[in-house]
Write a protein of this length. Structure first.
Lengths: 325, 200
């Protein structure tokens, strides 16, 4: 493809540049500066364009390689953290179950994305899933709002669902993530939105090259109580004795808030980890691509150079033999 | 010697049960079927997202007889301190008072207050100081302890605890707003719990 582009470039530039200035640039003693002008663009293809392009591709490759290294080192730090935080949500799921199909009035979709780009498809995946959840939970008497974490999901969602956005939080990853920070954030969200069900959308880290879009559901205490009373999947909850607190509702309230902060903590870490993994693989493939492109350009450049040298030699030899003969 | 042999005995049985459980239920069944269906109706050309249940380690059903050991999961935001560890007993600092949990304990949800969590395993006892959190005891003799912060008791500096206690007592007396008072009160509670954990 690059060669085709180059050929196009060559054709475009050929009529514009007269051969004389180009030959003037060449400091070959064998080459007469004033000679009869041959067909345009045949012998005197400028290698300048190719050389410039090679330089820029090489610089791009340097940048992507450096970004890959940075992502790799960040990934290593965050991966252990993420793996350690995986135990955190399991007790809640064991107790309160996992009800993504809960039919409630006020839905809040918490979309977790990254602040920076160049990390493959993780942000558009979580935006797409969020839109799907929005569609799934919209209907008469139902409303679905967005809470957005991160610049990238904001940029994508502001375009078509601006009226549904309740809260936008960015610059989450300026400092290393810790539980205190995330629980402050969770508190902020709980204070600002009314919810019956919070659906946290994030990319769960699986390996450097793969991530799984995931949605965790946190139900409000009233809904939990309703579901428990009506039996069904949460029917077991009624058999639990509740210790401490004034009422069962109070404990459930604390539990729901704690569940939200714990789930958020894990979700934010998983997403950050997937981001670094995706960035690493994206940068890896783009530096490999730049390398391929550089190879092709070098080949073109050398071929052109070789061709012009051959032409010059032929000219000299044929000139000499014409004199002799 | 005999006691150890007894302790070893139920483990293969439990492992076999867990395995049969995981093969009985393929992964697709653990996810919410109604959700999958609804999703496929609304967004037919996109795979439904996964839900936490599909990443969850399966829990065994409630056995008919009381198992000899209690299975404990003790998690912190930054670590899984104990993960499906089988112990004899744990004592947790619930808001209603210290609560001893043995296998076959009635299913309970309890909030934790700052205090000492001790894990008894044979003749060994491990003690942690936990700040706050929740404990869920399930009918199948599983206990999940979630704490915001926990440290082994021997890593706490007694002098710093005394100093902190004095600091917060002074803060409480000089506090003017309700918020400051509440903050100082929390500080005092934590430090006096630490103090009594160290001395008691």
């Amino acid at each position: 493809m690059a060669m085709a582009a180059l050929r196009r470039e060559g054709r475009r530039f050929a009529p514009l540049i007269s051969p004389r200035p180009i030959t003037a640039v060449r400091s070959s003693p064998l080459y007469p500066t004033l000679e009869d002008e041959g067909p345009l663009g045949l012998r005197h293809i400028s290698t300048q364009v190719v050389r410039n392009r090679m330089k820029s591709v090489k610089n791009i490759q340097k940048i992507t390689k450096a970004m890959k290294m940075v992502a790799a080192s960040k990934l290593r730090a965050i991966q252990t953290k993420t793996e350690n935080s995986r135990g955190l949500w399991q007790p809640f799921t064991a107790l309160l179950g996992d009800l993504p199909s809960a039919d409630v009035k006020k839905n809040v979709v918490v979309t977790i994305s990254s602040d920076k780009g160049l990390c493959g498809g993780i942000n558009s995946t979580s935006v797409k899933i969020s839109k799907g959840l929005h569609k799934l939970n919209s209907g008469p008497e139902k409303e679905t709002k967005y809470v957005i974490l991160g610049e990238k999901a904001k940029a994508q969602l502001v375009r078509d669902s601006k009226k549904d956005i309740e809260l936008i939080i960015t610059e989450l990853q300026k400092n290393p993530l810790n539980y205190t920070q995330v629980s402050v954030l969770a508190d902020e969200i709980l204070k600002n939105v009314e919810y019956d069900a919070l659906r946290i959308v994030f990319n769960k880290f699986q390996s450097v090259v793969s991530f799984v879009p995931t949605v965790s559901t946190v139900l409000s205490p009233e809904i939990v109580e309703r579901e428990a009373e009506s039996g069904g999947k949460l029917g077991d909850l009624d058999s639990y004795e509740v210790e401490g607190g004034e009422t069962k509702g109070e404990i459930l309230q604390n539990l729901a808030e704690f569940q939200f902060s714990c789930t958020m903590f894990n979700a934010v870490l998983e997403n950050a980890c997937s981001e670094q993994g995706a960035r690493m693989s994206a940068m890896d493939s783009s530096s490999r691509n730049a390398g391929d492109m550089l190879d092709r350009l070098t080949l073109t450049y050398n071929r052109t150079r070789q061709a012009s040298i051959t032409t010059e030699l032929i000219e000299i030899i044929s000139g000499a033999s014409a004199l002799e003969g | 010697m005999l006691r150890r042999a007894l302790g070893l005995l139920p483990r293969p049985i439990a492992a076999a049960r867990a395995r049969s459980f995981s093969t009985d239920l393929p992964a697709a069944h653990t996810a919410d079927a109604t959700f999958m269906e609804a999703w496929n109706k609304v967004m037919p050309n996109m795979d439904p997202p996964k839900t936490p249940l599909s990443f969850m380690h399966p829990r065994p059903p409630t056995p008919s007889s009381i198992p000899p050991k209690l299975t404990v999961n003790f998690v912190l935001p930054y670590a899984s301190e104990l993960s499906t560890k089988e112990v004899d007993m744990v004592i947790v600092p619930a808001t209603t008072g210290q609560m001893g949990v043995l296998p076959g304990h009635v299913a309970t949800i309890a909030e934790l207050k700052p205090g000492v969590l001790s894990v008894h395993e044979g003749s060994e006892t491990t003690k942690y100081f936990v700040s706050s959190g929740f404990v869920f005891i399930h009918a199948n003799s599983f206990a999940d302890i979630i704490a915001v912060e926990a440290v082994p008791l021997d890593r706490i500096d007694a002098n710093l605890v005394q100093k902190g206690l004095a600091d917060f007592t002074q803060k409480l007396s000089s506090a003017t707003t309700e918020l400051e008072k509440a903050e100082a009160q929390i500080g005092i509670d934590v430090h006096s719990a630490l103090n009594s954990a160290l001395t008691g």
